[in-house]
Design a protein around this ligand. Structure first.
Ligand SMILES: Nc1ncnc2c1ncn2[C@@H]1O[C@H](COP(=O)(O)OP(=O)(O)OP(=O)(O)O)[C@@H](O)[C@H]1O
Ligand SMILES: [Mg+2]
Length: 283
């Protein structure tokens, strides 16, 4: 009797542990872009276009959007074209609630336009299997959630057969080398929400960047932390982001001048559905 109870409990606990990476992935998106977890369940991907690979072209074609149950448009007649090959687009706007995160949510496919069309590589995003599309993107959230485990596990979770060389390369590109060198067990040092070494916001974000780099995504979504960083941390993140975004389409909700300067296009968002201005930078 006891024996069988014990077996059941063990089975259930291991099932939960198996789920952990999935839960962690979900939380990562929640913390970055609003309460979106429920969206997964209602999403209808059956029979839609399976995305095997993407180039990273995006086209907002006269897109309007309002949240269900609200009569206020967050975006109105929004146009934005992004070519493949490494463009960086910054969404800025001092005003809270201007629609920056909403624009990102649409790009990630968590919401669909109310009117107009948003195209990914020429496909209407409403017609594609968005789960398959999201395999090719990476989100670096505003507040990175680390799970309990080593730095190595936090960087490579969910991936099979990750080589030491890949991990080292991601660590280097994410500017984590010095941090890891100073830790007692290097890459195998335990970190996490409870117990383990406590990391600063900037260090966590660099771990999230390493997580993204090792997955070699085609498109990056970066939600810049609003919290104040000292100039050393800011530079470390900026460099890590440069490494990550090189040759890839990158969307950033930007708060810092240093980040904005690196953008090819800047969308200045204003509340009430208006995009105040579209400023081409380098091009
Ligand atoms: N899930 C939702 N349901 C209904 N309204 C929402 C939802 N998420 C955001 N909104 C509303 O949409 C508008 C745009 O919000 P959004 O989060 O895109 O702004 P933001 O520019 O990212 O703001 P912040 O600078 O504070 O991050 C706001 O008025 C907000 O209240
Ligand atoms: Mg936001």
């Amino acid at each position: 009797m006891y024996q069988s109870y014990f077996t059941t409990i063990v089975t259930q606990v291991s099932a939960l542990i198996m789920l952990l990476p999935t839960i962690a992935r979900g939380m990562e998106s929640i913390s970055s872009i609003g309460e979106v977890l429920n969206e997964y369940d209602v999403e209808d991907n059956d029979g839609k276009i399976v995305i095997e690979d993407i180039e990273g072209c995006f086209d907002f074609d006269n897109v309007s959007f309002r949240y269900e149950g609200s009569d206020k448009h967050v975006l109105s007649y929004f146009d934005l074209k992004v070519e493949a090959g490494g463009e960086t687009v910054a969404f800025v706007g001092g005003e809270s609630g201007a629609g920056k995160s909403t624009a990102m949510n649409l790009l990630i496919g968590f919401h669909l336009p109310t009117n107009g069309r948003l195209k990914v590589d020429g496909h209407d995003i409403a017609a594609i299997n968005r789960r398959t599309y999201r395999k090719h993107i990476a989100v670096v959230p505003q507040n990175t959630i680390l799970f309990s485990g080593s730095i190595r596990e936090n960087i490579s979770y969910g991936l099979k057969d990750v080589s030491e060389v890949d991990v080292e390369a991601a660590v280097k590109a994410a500017n984590l080398t010095d941090l890891i060198k100073d830790l007692p067990e290097g890459l195998d040092t335990k970190i996490g929400e409870r117990g383990g070494n406590k990391l600063s916001g900037g260090q966590r974000q660099r771990i999230a960047i390493a997580r993204a780099i090792i997955r070699e995504p085609k498109v990056i979504f970066f939600d810049e932390a609003t919290s104040a960083l000292d100039s050393v941390s800011e530079n470390l993140i900026l460099e890590a982001m440069d490494n990550l975004s090189k040759g890839r389409t990158t969307f950033i909700v930007a708060h810092r001048l240093s980040t904005i300067r690196k953008a090819d296009k800047i969308c200045v968002m204003e509340g009430g559905g208006n995009v105040l201005n579209m400023v081409p930078m380098k091009s």
